[in-house]
Design a protein around this ligand. Structure first.
Ligand code: NAG
Ligand code: NAG
Ligand code: NAG
Ligand code: NAG
Length: 243
């Protein structure tokens, strides 16, 4: 009996219950803000976006996919965000379609919405836009001379700029056109946040379950093996100029 009431057990119970309070097992704890480079995306998707800045791909919780299929996307609820959505979070395949936003809402937004801070379509989309503008990744890369170029970068040059500026590790993804091409193409940059929207290191090899065949997060018409994956540190990185 003495053993069961030991301080160790009391501490363990306290630790478990506080861990539960902070993050129930079904709840996400991190958010990933994903940017993509339109030229790279469109070279794979055969689109012609004519956009020469990093655009938003999505705001993804680290846990959960398609969390509430009965919560339908309703563009009227974010009508006031339209100008910013069109500019900052465009559907690169079809700029007059809301299909991309609908897709992101169903897949990721309905999961993010488990937190009070993101529990409406307006809160979810406006927070993603707010974080995107706060980071201003496109300007920071330019400011520190990471610009689209015919010359190649090393991954550490790009990572270095981001880490020095934001003081957290990004996850940088490249397209790998073929196994032995000797070059990889810069495609996506992820920056991670705690649930209180403060910055956090991204885990390079964490596989956020964002893949679904033929979805936005797994490019259509592209063989999985040639889609985006974490850039290789030893292969030169091509940051393609807008065509
Ligand atoms: C791309 O955008 C620029 C500036 O907005 C414009 O001058 C140009 O005509 C556009 N090109 C195409 C192919 O749409
Ligand atoms: C799913 O969304 C609907 C519509 O917004 C809402 O009424 C319902 O409570 C949600 N269900 C869960 C489990 O969150
Ligand atoms: C969509 O949202 C608008 C504005 O909030 C609302 O008036 C309308 O009833 C909603 N439509 C549906 C189908 O829920
Ligand atoms: C683009 O989206 C609009 C609106 O949904 C649709 O009418 C049009 O057919 C789409 N265009 C293409 C090329 O898919």
């Amino acid at each position: 009996m003495k053993l069961l009431s030991s301080p160790f057990l009391v501490c363990l119970t306290a630790a478990l219950s506080s861990a539960f309070l902070i993050s129930p097992p079904h709840m996400w704890t991190k958010l990933i803000l994903t940017h993509h480079w339109p030229t790279t995306f469109c070279s794979m998707e055969h689109c012609h976006p004519n956009i020469s800045y990093w655009t938003l791909h999505g705001l993804w919780p680290d846990k959960g996919i398609d969390c509430n299929s009965s919560w339908h996307f309703n563009f009227s609820e974010i009508e006031d965000l339209r100008p910013d959505m069109v500019k900052s979070w465009p559907d690169l395949r079809n700029s007059s379609s809301a299909g991309f936003w609908k897709y992101e809402w169903h897949k990721h937004g309905t999961c993010a919405a488990k937190a009070d801070s993101l529990n409406s379509q307006h809160k979810y989309f406006s927070k993603a836009l707010e974080l995107y503008h706060k980071l201003d990744l496109d300007s920071i890369l330019k400011k520190f001379d990471i610009t689209p170029s015919e010359k190649y970068y090393t991954l550490s040059q790009i990572e270095g700029v981001i880490e020095n500026f934001y003081r957290v590790k990004p996850k940088i993804q490249c397209a790998h056109p073929s196994k032995n091409a000797g070059v990889q193409t810069l495609g996506q940059i992820e920056i991670c946040f705690h649930s209180d929207f403060t910055l956090l290191d991204c885990e390079k090899h964490a596989t956020v379950k964002t893949f679904s065949k033929g979805g936005w997060d797994n490019l259509m018409g592209v063989d999985k093996s040639s889609g985006f994956s974490v850039c290789d540190p030893d292969t030169p990185v091509y940051y393609p100029p807008p065509s």
